[in-house]
Design a protein around this ligand. Sequence first.
Ligand code: CA2
Length: 146
Amino acid sequence: MKVLFLNGPNLNLLGTREPEVYGRLTLADIEAKVRKRAAQLKTVIDFRQSNQEGELVGWIQQAKGKFDVIVINAAAYTHTSVALRDAISAVGVPTIEIHLSNIHAREEFRHKSLIAPVCRGQICGFGLKSYILGLEAAVDVNGKEK
Ligand code: CA2
């Protein structure tokens, strides 16, 4: 089974600023921990980050036939991107939305996710664990599809 992890804008800054909101781990630290859990689950992962909406859209489009599930932390594009929503919807690869922070407990503008309606589910508020839970949900979703 293959899972594509996508990370949106500014997540490359993790571990350098706002540790009270996003924790002290870098994105590379998170990737290493996800890889460890993926190996236990006999799952292959690809882990990517981009600050560009179009690049994320391209990766979603190319996932068809190559990945079984997408796990996405779309970061700020969660709240703004019709393009990401349309790509997820068009491609039809089961997609799970994740966030480090609890977006519903933060500013009003973060409460709305444009991608949530086209995702299988949303996991938020658990820091690194959101990524691990996202992976476990991906394995679960894939098992139920077969
Ligand atoms: O909680 C999450 O995972 C978010 O997707 C993170 C996004 C935010 O826009 C979403 O509302 C919730 C922000 C990612 C930016 O990460 C930073 C890391 C370090 C310093 C500043 C920003």
